[in-house]
Design a protein around this ligand. Structure first.
Ligand SMILES: *Cc1c(COP(=O)(O)O)cnc(C)c1O
Length: 414
């Protein structure tokens, strides 16, 4: 039987201090008796929810009515084509989720055990797991404080003769500074994969995330900027990568004989129902991005006045799409990150902590024992993200900002 790796705080040593406390229980807010003209606040403001306000229902209905509900059907191709076009690439390979998109893209490289893939330690677990699934080793790089992304100046020192690829992650919707990454990749013959799961619509020097390396992976999970419920896509300009990914996605059936397999393929297909939703969502991408950017601008304008709050970055060469609106708390704020999350949860406001770095994860701790990544650790210790859905109203945003002010005032008074 598979056994869990139970990492103790003793083993973690001083890293234990950055590990978030238990999840606070979200309590629905009881509104005061409504007065004339005062709109009651939503009892719970979730950290994210989808916006299904376009052709989603129409296209799904059409898929059902025409009997095309599995993984053949016109919406798959239409979704792949429109999404790839918006991401600025020639090809899109739709698949079951963002994690398998990463697995599929790396699988096209033919990685072997002992091969290495450079990734940021500050990321979601799937970035590392996709490398591990292939028997290769994730090699970690710290973040930089300006954009919270992988520190591009620390990558070259991690390149060895076994390095095959660099996976960059456009964290929380802010693109990575790609020029130095691509220059290194060219110099050392490496594949560049963008984990763009959080960055639909983000721009780097005017060019879309998803078109900045050899291939990119997107997620369409329910909390992503575009959702299909569950889903993912590999985008690429490289015909060889796209063809192989399409084939591996579908058990690697061969063209000469159907039940004849020259690769160990996967069933990572997306359904036509999901693609129907994805097409409708993609049609609205620009609007979703504008909504997120407007929400973020409002949050920043309000929150930057509060001592000890660091608002999210946007480099002058970047369009951040603020998949999640993250903030860092400093000592002047007066509450720790966990204390603020707890008080907000009591007011029906859902938040999330930042990522726990890969070198602190029970499953990866032994591989990286002794390695330290101070910027990623600091982000983990001090960061949280606030409700960030595209469809938040001005009332929702005000409720969140007011609650943060209230929590702080209460603590300072006590
Ligand atoms: C969401 C996410 C993934 C995984 O996508 P799923 O569709 O949930 O499998 C991978 N990487 C990053 C950075 C993500 O945020």
């Amino acid at each position: 039987m598979l056994q869990p790796r139970n990492l103790t705080f003793d083993e973690l040593g001083d890293l234990a201090a950055i590990i978030p406390g238990p999840e606070p229980v979200l309590q629905a807010m009881v509104n005061p008796i409504p007065q004339f003209g005062v709109k009651p606040r939503r009892p719970i403001i979730p950290v994210c929810e989808p916006t299904l306000s376009g052709n989603e229902l129409k296209y799904v209905t059409e898929a059902v009515e025409t009997n095309w509900i599995s993984s053949a059907g016109g919406y798959i191709r239409r979704f792949e084509a429109l999404f790839a076009e918006k991401m600025g690439t020639r090809y899109g390979v739709a698949c079951a989720n963002g994690t398998v998109a990463l697995h599929l893209a790396l699988a096209t490289l033919g990685l072997e055990p002992g091969d290495e893939v450079i990734i940021p330690t500050f990321t979601m677990i799937a970035t590392a797991n996709a490398v591990t699934y292939l028997g290769a080793r994730p090699v970690l790089v710290d973040s930089e404080p300006q954009t919270w992304n992988m520190d591009v100046t620390q990558v070259e020192a991690k390149i060895t003769p076994r390095t095959r690829a660099i996976t960059v992650v456009h964290t929380y919707g802010h693109p990575v500074d790609m020029a130095p990454i691509n220059a290194l990749a060219e110099k050392h013959g490496l594949f560049v994969l963008e984990d763009a799961a959080e960055a639909h619509g983000a721009l780097y020097r005017g060019r879309p995330a998803g078109s900045l390396g050899d291939a990119a992976c997107f997620s369409f999970y329910g909390n992503k900027i575009i959702t299909t419920g569950e889903g993912g896509m590999v985008t690429t300009d490289r015909e060889d990568v796209a063809r192989l990914a399409w084939n591996l996605r579908d058990h690697a059936f061969s063209t000469e004989r159907h039940f004849w397999h020259k690769f160990v393929g996967y069933n990572y297909r997306m359904t036509n129902l999901q693609a129907a939703i994805g097409l409708a969502q993609t049609e609205q991408l620009e609007r979703f991005v504008e909504m997120r950017r407007a929400n973020a601008a409002y949050y920043t304008q309000q929150l930057q006045q509060i001592p000890g709050v660091t608002t999210p970055p946007e480099a002058e060469w970047a369009r951040n799409v603020f998949w999640m609106y993250g903030i860092l708390l400093g000592p002047e704020f007066g509450l720790t990150r966990d204390e603020l999350r707890h008080s907000l949860a009591q007011r029906g406001i859902e938040t999330r902590t930042f990522f726990i770095p890969m070198h602190c994860q029970p499953i990866y701790f032994d591989q990286y024992r002794g390695e330290r990544y101070p910027v990623a650790e600091d982000l983990c210790r001090r960061g949280l993200y606030l409700p960030s859905a595209s469809n938040l109203t001005r009332e929702d945003l005000d409720a969140v900002v007011d609650a943060i002010r209230e929590c702080r005032a209460e603590k300072l008074d006590s």
